[in-house]
Design a protein around this ligand. Sequence first.
Ligand SMILES: N[C@@H](CCC(=O)N[C@@H](CS)C(=O)NCC(=O)O)C(=O)O
Length: 308
Amino acid sequence: MPRRISVPDILFHQYDSSPFSEKVRVCLGIKALAWAAVNQPVIMPKPDLVALTGGYRRIPVMQIGADIYCDSQLIVRELERRFPEPTLFPQGDHGLAYANAMWTDRAVFQAAVAIIFGGLGEKVPAAFVKDRIALSGRSFDPAAMQAAVPHMEAQIRAHIALLSDQLADGRRFLSGDSAGLVDANGYYNLWFIRSAFPPAASLFESMPHLPEWLERVKAIGHGERTEVSREAALDLARTSEPIESTVASRDAELEGKQVTTAADDYGRDAVAGLLVGSSEHHVSIRRNDPRVGEVVVHFPRIGFSVLS
Ligand SMILES: N[C@@H](CCC(=O)N[C@@H](CS)C(=O)NCC(=O)O)C(=O)O
């Protein structure tokens, strides 16, 4: 039975076709948590999202009261901190499992994007192309991606063959008999290909052990999902207090000072506020917004700059 926490404690700003959201949805499933989806637009504008984040536009974002967690890396870390059982690290390997996202979220994801949008070619709506050019700050040209498809197919097959190799001893999940973060990481790009451009799934569907593993991960489900409106999510932020944060000693001189943080890859919109929390793994910024009052926005350290 999914554990009951009073819905909607975990609000998950997402859209159903989002692969990084699927990664987190699988983690919510492993933890059998109850959560509420707050559906956001696939392209800008996203006024109800940026009111919470202060400018960060990417998906997913998790909201618990007036605490806003950006990027799937930090969302997963916060889920593990607040709801440690069942763990996302059944074999212990926390560091390596978190590090594994640097492979799936970058190399594998970029190859999946090229295969999907190269495959869809001119079927990709012009408004989506325009939005993703603005997001990436460079060309997003499905016609040009088409030329790269053979190379990207070879790349993704080699990446995915590593998953197949890992399963070769008959284990049920990537790190052993129980599912964990590495399964969610390994799974979501394959789910993305299967759902966004099914013909490309033939690249991996005949690899040894993979189809059974994909079915096992799919069968975990997404925990107990309900839906909440964007307006209700903003109301909740406005009527909640952020949790206490502490600043790591190495950041002591920045405590309470104005800083900006931004992703270093794409969707680099900067978020400004007062630094109120930090560790090796996160940075927390307090800001005020006319629509949501005082909120604290949390970012991972990996892949984000912090400037004063
Ligand atoms: N490193 C980020 C990547 C997030 C990401 O690229 N999300 C995609 C959707 S799956 C996105 O935001 N695309 C642009 C948009 O939806 O506006 C994470 O792990 O959350």
